[in-house]
Design a protein around this ligand. Structure first.
Ligand code: G6P
Ligand code: MG
Length: 214
C-alpha cells in the first residue's frame, strides 16, 4: 500500500512551465540565442543555472561563471514578474480534487520542485497549507534526474520511497522518481515521458486509477 504522494510543481499543480519557457525565450532573444520548444523540453525540472548552460550548449556558446549568474538572475526577474498575479484559479484541472481525495485517504503529501520560487507560487495558489512538507530547493545538492529531492521529500513525510507515488511533467523528474524507487505518474506527452509507469494528459479522472495503488 502507498502512503505518500509527492508532487512536482511547475507543469503539474499549475502551468508555470509556460512562464519559465517565456522568460527563457525573452532572455534568449535578447542575447541573440536560438531557443525553441524542443530545447525547452530539456529544461523542464532542471535548475536555473543548468538550464542556461543547456541553452548555451545548444548554441555552441560558453559564458563565464559570472555572466551565467548574471543572465540566470535576469531570467528569474522576468519569471518573478510573470508569477506575481497567480491566483487559485491557476491551479490545473483535477489537482484540488486529487489532493482532497488523497488527504481523505490519509496519504501524506509533499512538494518536490527544483524551483526556488516554489513557496511563492504555492502561497499565491493558496494551497501551501495542504502539504505536509515542501522541499527547500536551495538545500538539494543534486538536481533531477538525481533521486535526492524525492528521497528527501519521502523522509520528511515519514514514508519509505517504495510507498510513494510521484507526479511529474518532466523526463528528468520521471527518471529521478524511478531511481528513487517510486511509482511515477507522468502528466503530459507519452513520448516525452516514456519511462513513467503511467502517463495521463492531466489529473482529472485520476483518482479511480490511484485507488489501485493507495
Ligand atoms: C523547475 C522548473 C524548471 C526551473 C527550475 C528552477 O524544475 O521545471 O523549468 O528551471 O524549477 O526554477 P527557479 O524558479 O528556481 O529558477
Ligand atoms: Mg515540472
Amino acid at each position: 500500500r502507498r502512503k505518500g504522494a509527492i508532487f512536482d510543481l511547475d507543469g503539474v499543480i499549475t502551468d508555470t512551465a509556460k512562464y519559465h519557457y517565456l522568460a527563457w525565450k525573452r532572455l534568449a532573444s535578447e542575447l541573440g540565442l536560438y531557443f525553441d520548444e524542443k530545447i525547452n523540453e530539456r529544461l523542464k525540472g532542471i535548475g536555473r543555472l543548468e538550464s542556461l548552460e543547456i541553452i548555451l550548449e545548444e548554441n555552441g556558446q560558453n559564458f563565464s561563471h559570472q555572466e551565467k549568474e548574471y543572465y540566470a538572475n535576469r531570467k528569474n526577474q522576468y519569471y518573478v514578474e510573470m508569477i506575481k498575479n497567480i491566483t487559485p484559479k491557476d491551479i490545473l484541472p483535477g489537482v484540488t480534487n486529487l489532493i482532497a481525495t488523497l488527504k481523505a485517504w490519509g496519504v501524506k503529501l509533499a512538494v518536490a520542485s527544483a524551483s526556488k520560487n516554489a513557496p511563492t507560487v504555492l502561497k499565491n495558489l493558496r494551497i501551501i497549507e495542504w502539504f505536509d512538507h515542501v522541499v527547500d530547493a536551495g538545500r538539494i545538492k543534486k538536481g533531477k534526474p538525481d533521486p535526492e529531492i524525492f528521497l528527501v521529500a519521502a523522509q520528511n513525510i515519514g514514508v519509505k520511497p517504495w510507498e510513494c507515488v510521484g507526479f511529474e511533467d518532466s523526463a528528468a523528474g520521471i527518471e529521478a522518481l524511478k531511481r528513487a524507487g517510486m511509482l511515477a505518474v507522468g502528466i503530459g506527452d507519452k513520448e516525452a515521458l516514456k519511462d513513467a509507469d503511467l502517463v495521463v494528459k492531466d489529473l482529472t479522472f485520476i483518482t479511480p486509477i490511484l485507488e489501485l495503488f493507495f
